[in-house]
Structures are given as C-alpha cells and as structure tokens.
Design a protein around this ligand. Structure first.
Ligand code: NAG
Ligand code: NAG
Ligand code: NAG
Ligand code: NAG
Ligand code: NAG
Ligand code: NAG
Length: 526
C-alpha cells in the first residue's frame, strides 16, 4: 500500500512518567552530557536503552531506531496519536502530534495538535482505563480506525474508533473485542498476517490471504489471539478466546511487555518490539541511573501450521556479528559441561541445533493441565531425565556458582513427543534481592522430524532466547556478581542420562551497537 498522508504510528506509554523521561532523553541526545556511573556491569551493548532514566515502551524515538535499522529516512507525513493525562483531573485522553520539521531525518521535535484531546474516556469507562492507541488502519470504506485499550466490568476490551479526517473520531457502538477472562487491556495491537507467506503486510490490508492478530498486555505478559477481522460487523472473530491459563499464546514466556508492531514496507516485514523491565530493585535502578530495555526488534509472521506466530531477530542484528566459532556433529555426553571459548561470553549471538536419537524410551508426561513454567521450576525439568536437561549455561562464572541455564527436556506425551524449554534464573546471581523466577514453555516441534534449535542473544544483563526457530521465545534479565566482562563464561551442558548431538553450532562475539550515532554508552564510561 502506498504511504498516503497521514502515516500513523500509535505509541504506547503505559506509565505516564515516561513522558517526562522522553523529554529528559531528548535533552540528553542533544547535549550528550550524560553522567553514567563508572561501574556499569549490567548496561547492554547492543540492546536499546536510553542513556538514563526510565524506559517502558516504544515511545517517540521509534523513527530514530527505524533510521538506524534501515539506513534511510521515512518518507511521507507522520501523525502520532498518544495517551496523555489531563493536568487537573487524573484522566487519560488521546492526543495528536505532528513533526515540526519533516526534513529532520530523526523527527526530533513534535508539535501538539491545537484541538487536543481527540478522544476522551467514553461513558462507563473509568478515567484512568483508556490508553495506548494502536497503529490506525484504513477500512474498505476509506475511514480510519484505531483501537484503545480499556476494560468494562473487569473485562479487558479494545474500544473501536472511526474517523474520516483523523481529527474527528467517533466511538463505534461496540468494542472490536471484549474478553471475559482478562482484566484491563494495555497496549493492544491489531494487525494482519499473511497466511501463505512470511512477508509482513500493511496494517490496512483485508483480504482472504490474511488472518488477524489481536494482542493485549495484561498480567505482566503480552498475549495474542489469531482470528479474522469481520470489517462489516466491526468485530474480531477469534479462533479461541483467552482462557486465563497457560494455554494462552504469548509472544514471549519471560519478560516482555507493552510491545507494538509496525509494518516495514521497505523490507516487507512486520516488526515487533517489546519492553523488558528490570528484575532487580528500585534502589538498584536509582543506583544504576536507568531502568528498562527494549528487546531486539523481531520479525513476526504466521507459522505454516496457522496456529501460532513465529519470531526472529531482525537480520540487521547480524551486522554486529564479529568473531565466530563453529561446531559440527559433536556428541554431548551425559553429564558433560563444555566451555564455548573464543568469543565474548557476555556479548554473544549463539545458534545451536541439537539432535536427540532413540526417543522411544523417553519418560512419559501427560501435558493436560500442566503449566510448563511451573514444570520448569520444579524438579521434574531440571532433574536428570533421559533427554535433558541439555542446553546453554549463559552469563556463568568459572565455578558455575552463577549461571543462567537455557535448556530443553523431551518427554513422550499421549499422542506425540513434547519439547519443554526452560530459562532457569535460580542461580543467575548470588545477589539475594533479585527476582529469579524460572520461565518455561512448550515448543511445538516434533523432535523426530526436526532438530531442536536454540538461538540466544546474550548481552550483559539480558538473554533473549528463541527455541524451535522462533516458535517459543523466552527473555530474561539477570545480574551476575562474580562474572566481570572478562570473567564471564558460556557453556553447553547435558544433564540427561543419554547423549545428545550438537549437529550444528555457530556463535559470534557481538560488536556494540551504534545508537544515535554514538557507540553504546557502556563503552563511553570506560
Ligand atoms: C529541518 O531539518 C533539516 C535537517 O536536519 C535542517 O537542515 C533544517 O535546518 C531544519 N529546519 C528548521 C527550520 O529547523
Ligand atoms: C464528526 O464525525 C461524526 C461522524 O461522522 C459527525 O456526525 C460529526 O458531525 C463530526 N463532527 C465534526 C465537528 O465534524
Ligand atoms: C495467498 O493466498 C491468497 C488467497 O488464497 C491468494 O490470492 C494469493 O495468491 C496467495 N499468495 C501466494 C503468494 O501464494
Ligand atoms: C517487572 O519486573 C518485576 C520484577 O521482576 C516483575 O515482577 C514484573 O512482572 C515485571 N513487570 C512487567 C510488566 O514485566
Ligand atoms: C512432577 O513431579 C512431581 C513430584 O516430584 C509429581 O507429583 C508430578 O506429577 C510431576 N509432574 C509431571 C508433569 O510429570
Ligand atoms: C547438572 O547436574 C549437576 C550434577 O548433578 C548439577 O550439579 C547441576 O546443577 C546440573 N545443572 C543443571 C543446569 O541442571
């Protein structure tokens, strides 16, 4: 679809304080006089984070990052619709802003629309439960549509608005979707995915070759449903509603919230970007001088099965790959702990394919009603089975007193094999006051037909892992104490009673990213 004015970007600011920090952030860009404390072991090298303060969403520096990613500026006119609070009463409203100078490739300055607000909480909706507009789409009737996150009687919903001119917005008679099983929806996202191609499609596309994704943020996680958009009835018809159980599909089974997607028409892909918060305390945040990261932007598309989305780090991240080590056809014996040396363990991109032979005798497990996250936290997953746990020990100290294990276990289910993926933070840091919750999810692959793959992006205090070639993602934040940059280690391990084969492994040291034309701040301090 051609970019006709206005090209609209919804922005997501969950907490209002972030608006203040945007200001602070912009001033920092201009002055580049940021004081970061000398000792910054947890600062990332290639994940986006602001120089200081609080980050919790893809706010108005999105175009800046697009610029960095694609190496070219965005053409066309921009309008952003954003949530703001009214000065006197605590009331959330939606406002518009346009760039002050369209020739500025970074679109650094924005002008608020004189007739703001353009939407106020409708009758029956609480004043503080009305936020986070989506990217607008244009219907077949030529009218713009946007949804806003909200709730009614403790049922999460997407309120639908329509407009002909992008300024005068009318609430539609019923929400685009309302869910019985969830509370307040934050940061909704609504977009089409192609059913027969891995390419992304423009947000306004409606035809038989797409399904629609409805995503909502609640309970600290980003959940999504697949279904069809009935544009005549103005309803999203989900294939299955949220259930409030571990069966609900999530973008990421670790820390990942308040995400949004956008369509990149240069490379015909849809890109997903989420917020990853800290797992240490507010006192730690104040001492560090910053809090929160953005995930690596991920390409997102529909799996061939049609049952779930797949995600993969954008290819641009591969330009940061530096020194490489490779392994082919190596047997990882029962009990093995094998160091992957030759790359920077604190700043790495690792991709490994495991092969599990002779699956017949693997333990039985009935997954009905089993929450995989709880399974990973219990002894079942970490105690020695026939196949697994096997995987990576990341951000580990030499003596393994500190380690973050990303691993798999294979079980035999009633009708098929089951692959469980876990991210075990219980030993990630000797520090006590850190949230070390273990994460886990099933990976929808058949280990008889496919190798079990894992890609982990390791960056000082974050590990973003992609299991089964993007079927299951788990992101975690960890704060090892013992391991300095040089003292950090990376291992492959197999605690299962049977050996597994590393059929292929490629791992790279990662270079630091240039953010805003400057090398990542973690290196400016040293
Ligand atoms: C607009 O941005 C361009 C490119 O950065 C700059 O050359 C120009 O001076 C700016 N115009 C104004 C009025 O600030
Ligand atoms: C806004 O749009 C609605 C619906 O199309 C229309 O009834 C109303 O008159 C419009 N208001 C203004 C101020 O243009
Ligand atoms: C995808 O499916 C649609 C609808 O069945 C069809 O019109 C379109 O040609 C297909 N595209 C490709 C690339 O196969
Ligand atoms: C932020 O981090 C805390 C501590 O780990 C966690 O309990 C909470 O769920 C996180 N919030 C979100 C929105 O991810
Ligand atoms: C996990 O182990 C516990 C006891 O160790 C057992 O009661 C439970 O059934 C096991 N769960 C599964 C899914 O095998
Ligand atoms: C692997 O097994 C060893 C020996 O029992 C144990 O010390 C270690 O904690 C296990 N590692 C993981 C990641 O489960």
């Amino acid at each position: 679809m051609e970019i006709s004015a206005p090209l609209v970007v919804g922005i997501c600011c969950v907490l209002l304080s972030s608006l203040i920090d945007v200001e602070a952030f912009n001033q920092n860009i201009h002055s580049l006089q940021v004081t970061v404390s000398e000792n910054q072991p947890y600062r990332t090298a290639f994940h986006f984070q602001p120089p200081q303060n609080w980050l919790n969403g893809v706010c108005k520096w999105v175009p800046l990052i697009i610029q960095i990613l694609m190496g070219q500026c965005i053409m066309g006119e921009f309008t952003i619709c954003f949530t703001n609070t009214t000065p006197m009463v605590q009331c959330l409203v939606q406002n518009l802003a346009t760039p002050k100078n369209l020739s500025d490739p970074f679109l650094r300055e924005w002008v608020k629309f004189s007739k703001n607000p353009i939407m106020t909480p409708p009758n029956g909706v609480k004043a503080n439960e009305f936020r986070d507009p989506t990217t607008a789409w244009k219907g077949l009737d030529g009218k713009w549509r946007v949804i806003i996150g909200s709730e009614l009687n403790n049922h999460g919903m997407a309120i639908l608005y329509q407009s002909e001119d992008f300024v005068n917005w009318t609430k539609y008679q019923h929400p685009l979707y309302i869910s019985e099983e969830t509370g307040m929806w934050e940061c909704p996202d609504f977009y089409p995915v192609s059913i027969n191609s891995t390419n992304g499609v423009d947000t306004s596309v409606q035809n038989p070759s797409v399904k629609h994704v409805m995503k909502a943020s609640f309970n600290s996680h980003d959940y999504y449903m697949l279904g069809n958009y009935d544009s005549e009835m103005e309803r999203f018809i989900s294939e299955s509603d949220f259930t409030g159980t571990s069966l609900d599909l999530r973008y990421d089974y670790g820390k990942f919230y308040a995400s949004k997607t956008f369509f990149d028409n240069v490379k015909n892909r849809r890109i997903l970007w989420g917020w990853v918060n800290e797992s240490d305390s507010t006192e730690d945040d104040i001492e560090k001088g910053w809090s929160g990261l953005q995930s690596i932007p991920r390409r997102v598309w529909l799996d061939e099965s049609g049952k779930q989305l797949l995600q993969w780090p954008v290819e641009e991240i591969e330009t940061l790959r530096d020194k490489q080590v490779s392994i082919h056809g190596k047997k990882l014996l029962s009990g093995a702990v094998f160091e992957l040396s030759g790359i920077t363990a604190a700043q790495a991109d690792v991709e490994v394919f495991f092969e599990v032979p002779e699956l017949e005798e693997v333990e039985f497990m009935d997954p009905t009603g089993v929450d995989p996250q709880l399974l990973c936290g219990k002894e079942n997953a970490s105690s020695n089975g026939k196949f697994g746990p096997f995987g990576l020990l990341t951000l580990a100290s030499k003596d393994l007193a500190e380690q973050t294990a990303i691993f798999f276990r294979v079980f035999r289910g009633p009708s098929r094999y089951i692959v469980l993926m876990c991210s075990d933070q219980s030993r990630s840091s000797l520090r006590k006051e850190v949230d070390k919750t273990t994460f886990g999810a099933f990976v929808d692959i058949d280990p008889c037909l496919e190798k079990i793959s894992l890609r982990s992006l390791i960056d000082h205090s974050i590990v973003e892992s992609y299991g089964g070639e993007g079927r299951t993602c788990i992101t975690t934040r960890v704060y090892p104490m013992l391991a300095s940059d040089e003292g950090m280690h990376l291992y492959l391990f197999n605690n299962g009673t049977s050996s597994v084969v590393i059929s292929r492994l490629n791992a790279w040291s990662m270079k630091r990213a240039k953010i805003n034309g400057k090398e990542s701040l973690r290196y400016r301090a040293t």
